[in-house]
Design a binder for this molecule. Sequence first.
Ligand code: MLT
Length: 313
Amino acid sequence: MTQKRVLVTEKIAEEGLEILRRKGYAVDVRLDMAPEELAAAIAPYDALIVRSQTQVTPELLDAAANLKIIGRAGVTIDNIDVEAASERGVIVCNAPTSNIVSAAEHTMALLLACARRIPQADASMHAGSWERAAFTGTELYQKTLAIFGLGRIGGLVAERARGFGMRLVGHDPYCSPERAAALGVELFESVGDILPIADFITVHLPKTSETIGMFGPSELAAMKDGVVLVNCARGGIFDVDAVADFVAAGKVDAVGLDVYEEEPCHDSPLHEFDNALLTPHIAAVTREAQVRAGTQIAEYVWEGLEGSIVPTA
Ligand code: MLT
C-alpha cells in the first residue's frame, strides 16, 4: 500500500505532527509557500493542513488531484472555499473548540489593556519616565459591555466580563433568549439600540458579507463618546479608516485589534495612534490552544483518510 502524504503549510503543534507520523503518514511541513509554489506542489498529497493564512481556492483545489481532506487547525474556515472543496469531494474539517478560551482571554486582555492604558504606560517607563496621571484609566466594573456574536467565544467573554461586574448587552440573531439569559446578557434585536449605551464593544462574529464593514462611520457616530472597541474575530468588521477618524476626533477612547482585513498587516490608518493597541493575530497563539488545535486536527485528518466519519466544518 502506498504511504499517504500530508502537507502542512502553517505551523502546527509538534504533538499533532507526531500523531500523523505515528499513523505512518509522510508528513511534509512547508511553511510560507507562495500560492504558485503551493499549487505546483500539492498534486501528490492526500491531506492538506492549514491555519488562517493559506488560501484554499478553486484553482488550488484543481491542482490537488489526490486531495481527500483539508484540516484547518483552528476555528474559522474563511480562507477555505468549502463549496469548491465539496464539489470536488474533498472533506473540510476544523478544530472548533481548540482556541476559544485563548480567544476569550485575549479579548479580556485587550479590554483591560485599553481601559488601563497598559502599553502606553509600559512604553513610557521603558523610555525612562515616571508618569502616573497621564495614564488615568477606567474601571470595567459597572460599565456596559456590548458583545456582538454570542457563540462559543462571545459566551466565554460574557462569563469572564461578568466576573468583572460589567453589565452585559448583546446582539446575535442566532442566540436564543434562554442562552442569553444563562450568560447574563440582555439581548437587543437592533444594533442601533445598543450603540449609544455601550462603554465597551467587542465583536465575535464570522467574516461574511454582512459583517464586513458592519461598523462604519454612521455606526461609530451613534456610539457613546469615549467608547472602547475590541476585535479579536475577523479583520474588517470595524471599518478601520472610519475608526481612525473617530480615534483622531477623540470619540473612540481606545481600540484593541488582533485581526486585520489584509494579513500580515504592516501598516494601517491606526498605526499612528498610541491608543490603538495592535496585536498580530495572536489571540489563539497560546501553547494550550496550539496543542489542542494540532492534535484535534491530526486526529480528524487521520479519521478522514482512513474512511471514518469526520465532523465537517
Ligand atoms: C481561528 O480562526 O481559529 C483563529 O483566528 C486563530 C488562527 O487562525 O490561528
